[in-house]
Design a protein around this ligand. Structure first.
Ligand code: FES
Ligand SMILES: [Fe+2]
Length: 379
C-alpha cells in the first residue's frame, strides 16, 4: 500500500480517536435470521458464491516443483492439484472416472501418475487416462480421451493457487475478481511466505457469522478481554469496500502516539492490523511481521470448516524464531476460537428461533456491506 494511503488511513483513525468517536456508517441495519439458517439460502450461496466465484485452493508452496501434488477440499469438493513437467499448476476433481473412488488419498507428495486404489485405472498428472486393467475384455471401445480426470480451471496468482468450480467455467480470471483489491493482494507478497502452522476446525455455525466476526472491533473489549483486547483501542476500526471485498483497518493501542509524530514517519503496519476479506471465503489478517490466512469451507447452512494458517516470511523461518512463531500461532488460534465459540452460540440460538432479526450498529457497517454483497451475488 502506498505511503499516502497509509497516512490517510491512520490519520482518519487518529482524528476519530481524538474526537472519541467510532467510525460510523449513516444508519444501523437489521438483517433477517433466515439468511443464517436456511438451507435454501445456503444452496443459492453455494451455487452463486462458493462454487460461482474464484476460490483459493492452496498456497503456491503446496506445489513446490514439477511432479508435486496436493489434495485439498474446496467448499466440499475434493480436488487434486498437480504441477506438470512444464511447471504449470493444474486442478482436477480427486475422483476416479471408473466408479468414483477417491483417487489420491495422500495429502501431498511427488508423483507423475495416479493409480486408483480400487481397480487401478491410472492417470498422468496432466489428467490423461493412461492405464485400465483388463480394458479390452471389460470396456471394449472405451475412448480414453473421454475419460480424463475432470479438470477444474486453475491459475496461480499473487502467491495462491486459485480454482473456479462453477459449472462450465473455462478459466479463472483472478484479477477481474479482485478488482480494486488486486494491488493489495500483490503487496501481501504471499509468494515470499511459508505456512508456519495450520489448524483445521469444524465449526457448527453459518459461514457468514464467521466472516462477520472479523469485521468489527466492537467486541474486542468484551469477547477478547483475556487475549488481545489490551492490544487494541476500544471499538475503533474503519473499512473500505472494493466491490464485494473489504479492507478493514484495526488500529492498535499505540495509534494515539502518532498525533505527536510527523506523518512522514507513520507506517500503517506499526500501528494497525489490516484484515482483507476476499469475497467470499478468504480472509487475511495482516500483522506487523506476518499474516494469518483464514479460509472457510461452508459445508451447509449451519456448518463450516475453517483452516487457519500462520504465514511467515520465508527468510524468517529460522530455528531461533520457531519459539516466537509458535507463540504467535497459539495466540491467534486461541483468540479466533473465542470468536468461533460465540458464533456457535449464535447458531444454536438461531435454531431456537427467538430472534427474527439481528442488528448491526453504525460502527458495524462492514457487516452490513458484506451481507449486501452476499445478497447481490445470490439475487
Ligand atoms: S473406482 Fe477407481 S479404478 Fe475402479
Ligand atoms: Fe474477534
Amino acid at each position: 500500500m502506498d505511503k499516502q494511503t497509509q497516512v490517510e488511513l491512520l490519520d482518519e483513525l487518529v482524528q476519530l480517536h481524538q474526537r472519541k468517536s467510532p467510525f460510523l456508517d449513516e444508519h444501523w441495519v437489521r438483517v433477517d435470521c433466515e439468511r443464517y439458517r436456511s438451507e435454501v439460502v445456503f444452496a443459492r450461496e453455494r451455487e452463486r458464491i462458493h462454487r460461482g466465484l474464484p476460490q483459493i485452493a492452496a498456497h503456491v508452496s503446496a506445489l513446490p516443483g514439477p511432479g508435486s501434488f496436493a489434495t485439498v477440499e474446496v467448499v466440499g469438493a475434493p480436488l487434486l492439484l498437480t504441477r506438470d513437467a512444464e511447471g504449470r499448476a493444474r486442478a482436477f476433481h480427486n475422483i476416479c472416472r471408473h466408479r468414483g473412488a477417491q483417487l489420491v488419498p495422500e495429502a501431498s507428495g511427488c508423483k507423475h501418475r495416479f493409480s486408483c486404489p480400487y481397480h487401478a485405472w491410472t492417470w498422468s498428472n496432466t489428467g490423461d487416462l493412461i492405464a485400465v486393467p483388463h480394458e479390452k475384455s471389460g470396456f471394449p471401445g472405451l475412448n480414453r480421451a473421454d475419460h480424463g480426470l475432470h479438470a477444474v480451471p486453475c491459475v496461480e496468482h499473487a502467491g495462491w493457487v486459485w480454482v473456479d468450480l462453477a459449472e462450465g467455467a473455462e478459466r479463472v480470471d483472478v484479477p477481474a475478481h479482485l478488482g480494486g483489491m488486486a494491488a493489495d493482494m500483490e503487496a501481501l507478497a504471499a509468494r515470499d511466505h511459508v505456512v508456519f502452522d495450520s489448524v483445521t476446525l469444524d465449526i457448527a455455525a453459518n459461514w457468514k457469522l464467521l466472516v462477520e466476526g472479523g469485521l468489527e472491533a466492537y467486541h474486542f473489549r468484551v469477547a477478547h478481554r483475556d487475549t488481545i483486547a489490551p492490544l487494541f483501542l476500544d471499538n475503533l476500526s474503519s473499512y473500505r469496500c472494493f466491490g464485494p471485498h473489504i479492507r478493514s483497518i484495526l488500529p492498535r493501542s499505540t495509534l494515539p502516539e502518532l498525533a505527536d509524530r510527523p506523518a512522514g514517519d507513520w507506517l500503517l503496519g506499526e500501528h494497525a492490523n489490516v484484515l482483507y476479506s476476499v469475497f467470499a471465503t478468504a480472509q487475511f489478517l495482516v500483522q506487523e511481521d506476518h499474516f494469518i490466512w483464514i479460509q472457510s469451507h461452508p459445508l451447509d447452512a449451519g456448518h463450516t470448516r475453517l483452516v487457519l494458517s500462520t504465514m511467515i516470511p520465508r527468510a524468517d523461518n529460522t530455528p531461533e524464531r520457531q519459539g516466537y512463531w509458535k507463540k504467535n500461532h497459539a495466540l491467534t488460534v486461541k483468540t479466533l476460537i473465542e470468536d468461533f465459540d460465540l458464533a456457535e452460540g449464535i447458531q444454536r440460538g438461531l435454531r431456537g428461533g427467538a430472534n427474527r432479526q439481528l442488528n448491526f450498529g453504525r460502527f458495524e457497517g462492514a457487516l452490513a456491506a458484506f451481507n449486501q454483497s452476499v445478497d447481490a451475488a445470490i439475487a
